[in-house]
Design a protein around this ligand. Structure first.
Ligand SMILES: Nc1ncnc2c1ncn2[C@@H]1O[C@H](COP(=O)(O)OP(=O)(O)OP(=O)(O)O)[C@@H](O)[C@H]1O
Length: 446
C-alpha cells in the first residue's frame, strides 16, 4: 500500500477552503427524533394507505474526528438514515443539526455550502460512477458544481486526489470500466474528498468488493481519516467491517437504534439480544475469546415488515428473551453503562430491567436457535481472514509496499468484467485497470 500511507492533505482550494470549526471530540452532527416514513399509495387517486417506517425516531450524535459504525440487517433503515443525515432525503420528522446549525429543512440554496462539508460514498462502485465520464470529470465534478477553482486548476487537483487515494494520476482520462471494483471505490472516495469535507457518510463502502480488497479500502479510509481529520459514519450490515474502524457503533433494527456503544464495550459485552445475535453471526476471530462463546445465537426468519412493525419492542418476535412486557411496552434507549445505551427490557450482561416479567413467550423460544461450536469455529476462520488482512496492513503502515492484494483478489468480484487485481497504492504501472475485452477503449458507453 505504497501511496496509501503517503496521504497528503488536500490543497486548500480557492473558495472551498473550509474552516474546521468543530474541535476534535466536539459534537459535529446531532440527530434528534429522526423519522422517515415512505408513503404507500394506491388506486387512481393515489391515496395513502400506509407507510414504510424506514427510520422511526432515532437519536444520536457524531463527534468530530470519530467514526460511528452503523450496523443491522438488510431493511433496518441504515441507508435511509445515511441519506437523511446527508440531506439527500427530506425527513418526515425530527431534527438534524450540523455544527450546531439546524439543517433539517434547508432548501437547495441553504444546503449548498453544506454540500461541501458533508459527502457520501456509495455502496456500488459500478453504478455510482457515470460510465460516460472520464474519472477526471467524475472526480472534478464537485469543483464545477460548487463553482470552486482549486489553486493550480481542477486537473492538477484531481490528479493529486487520485494519488491520495492510491490511483495513478496519469489515468485521469480513463473511464470507470477500465478499473477494477476496488479501484472504482477509490475513485468514489477521491470524489468525496475533493472539497475537503468534514463528514463522510459511507454506505456499505466495501460490501460489493472481494474480501481482500475490502481490507485495502477500509485501511485507505482509516489512513485518510488520520491524515485529514475526517469524521465518518460508516454503514455496514457486517460487524466485521466496522469493527476495525469504528470508535462507536450503533445497532439498528427496524428503523430504531437498539444499542449504541463504544466499540470495545459492544464487542466485549453486548447488551441488546439483537447485538449479541449479530455478533454470533460474525464470530470474533480471537482464539483467546473462544471460551467466551458459551452460547451462539442464530436468528431465524427475516426482519418483519417496516410497514407494520411489531408492537412494543420491535425485536420481540425474534428474541429468545421476550416476555409479555416486550409485546406491549417499547423500551427506551437508555444509558445502562457509561458509554453504552440500550433499548431492552431484559438486556444481556446487565441486570434485568423488568425482573417481575419472567414468563418467556412461546414464540420467543422458537425465535432463535443455538449454533454448534464447530460451525462457528469454521466461520470464525473466514472472519479471521479479513481481520488478519486489516491487521497486516495496519502493521505494515509506512512500510511502503503494501501488496495487500492476495491472489484471491484476482477474483475481485463477480459484478463486473474489470476483474483486475486491485493494486492498492498503485501510482505506477502496477495499477492494472485490466479490461480484458475492451483494453484501453475509451468512451465505451454502456
Ligand atoms: N424510496 C423508498 N420508498 C419506499 N420504501 C423505501 C424507500 N427506500 C427504502 N425503503 C424501505 O425502507 C426500509 C429501509 O430501507 P434501507 O435501504 O434504509 O435499509 P438498509 O438497512 O439500508 O438495508 P440495505 O442494507 O438492504 O440497504 C426498507 O423496507 C425499504 O424497502
Amino acid at each position: 500500500m505504497s501511496e496509501d500511507k503517503a496521504v497528503t492533505t488536500p490543497a486548500k482550494s480557492g473558495g472551498a477552503t473550509l474552516t474546521r470549526d468543530t474541535a476534535p471530540g466536539e459534537v459535529l452532527l446531532k440527530v434528534t427524533g429522526l423519522q422517515k416514513h415512505f408513503p404507500i399509495r394506491k388506486g387512481l387517486l393515489q391515496r395513502q394507505v400506509g407507510a414504510v417506517h424506514a427510520v422511526d425516531g432515532i437519536d444520536f450524535e457524531v463527534r468530530s474526528g470519530e467514526t460511528l459504525g452503523v450496523v443491522g440487517e438488510s431493511g433496518c433503515g441504515k441507508s435511509t438514515m445515511g441519506r437523511l443525515i446527508t440531506r439527500l432525503l427530506e425527513p418526515t420528522a425530527g431534527k438534524v443539526e450540523f455544527e450546531g446549525q439546524d439543517i433539517t429543512h434547508l432548501g437547495v440554496g441553504g444546503m449548498r455550502p453544506l454540500r461541501r462539508d458533508v459527502q457520501m460514498i456509495f455502496q456500488d462502485p459500478y453504478s455510482s460512477l457515470n460510465p460516460r465520464h472520464t474519472i477526471g470529470t467524475i472526480v472534478g465534478a464537485p469543483f464545477r458544481l460548487q463553482d470552486v477553482t482549486p489553486a493550480g486548476g481542477i486537473k492538477k487537483e484531481v490528479q493529486r486526489l487520485l494519488g491520495v487515494v492510491g490511483l495513478n494520476p496519469e489515468h485521469y482520462n480513463r473511464y470507470p470500466h477500465e478499473f477494477s471494483g476496488g479501484q472504482r471505490q477509490r475513485i468514489g472516495i477521491a470524489r468525496a474528498l475533493a472539497l475537503n469535507p468534514k463528514l463522510v457518510v459511507a454506505d456499505e463502502p466495501v460490501s460489493a468488493l472481494d474480501v481482500s480488497i475490502q481490507a485495502q479500502v477500509v485501511n485507505l479510509l482509516d489512513d485518510l481519516q488520520q491524515e485529514l481529520g475526517l469524521t465518518y459514519v460508516i454503514i455496514a450490515h457486517d460487524l466485521s467491517v466496522v469493527r476495525h474502524v469504528s470508535d462507536r457503533i450503533a445497532v439498528m433494527y427496524l428503523g430504531k437504534i437498539v444499542e449504541l456503544a463504544d466499540r470495545d464495550q459492544l464487542y466485549k459485552s453486548p447488551m441488546h439480544p439483537y447485538t449479541k445475535a449479530l455478533l454470533s453471526a460474525v464470530p470474533i476471530p480471537d482464539p483467546r475469546r473462544k471460551e467466551a462463546k458459551s452460547e451462539r445465537i442464530l436468528l431465524k426468519g427475516d426482519v418483519p415488515s417496516p410497514i407494520a412493525p411489531p408492537s412494543g419492542c420491535r425485536f420481540h418476535t425474534r428474541c429468545w428473551k421476550a416476555t409479555q412486557i416486550c409485546t406491549t411496552a417499547e423500551p427506551p434507549l437508555v444509558e445502562l453503562r457509561p458509554g453504552q445505551q440500550v433499548a431492552c427490557h431484559h438486556p444481556e450482561n446487565f441486570e434485568d430491567q423488568q425482573p417481575q416479567d419472567t414468563v418467556l413467550l412461546t414464540v420467543a423460544k422458537e425465535a432463535a436457535e443455538l449454533v454448534a461450536d464447530e460451525v462457528l469455529a469454521e466461520s470464525a476462520q473466514t472472519s479471521a481472514a479479513l481481520a488478519a488482512e486489516v491487521r497486516t496492513d495496519e502493521d505494515a503502515a509506512g512500510s511502503g509496499t503494501g501488496e495487500a492484494a492476495e491472489p484471491a483478489a484476482a477474483a475481485d468480484d463477480a459484478t463486473g468484467p474489470a476483474g483486475s487485481t486491485e493494486s492498492a497504492g498503485s501510482t505506477g504501472p502496477a495499477e492494472e485497470p485490466d479490461e480484458p475485452a475492451k483494453g484501453d477503449a475509451k468512451g465505451d458507453d454502456k
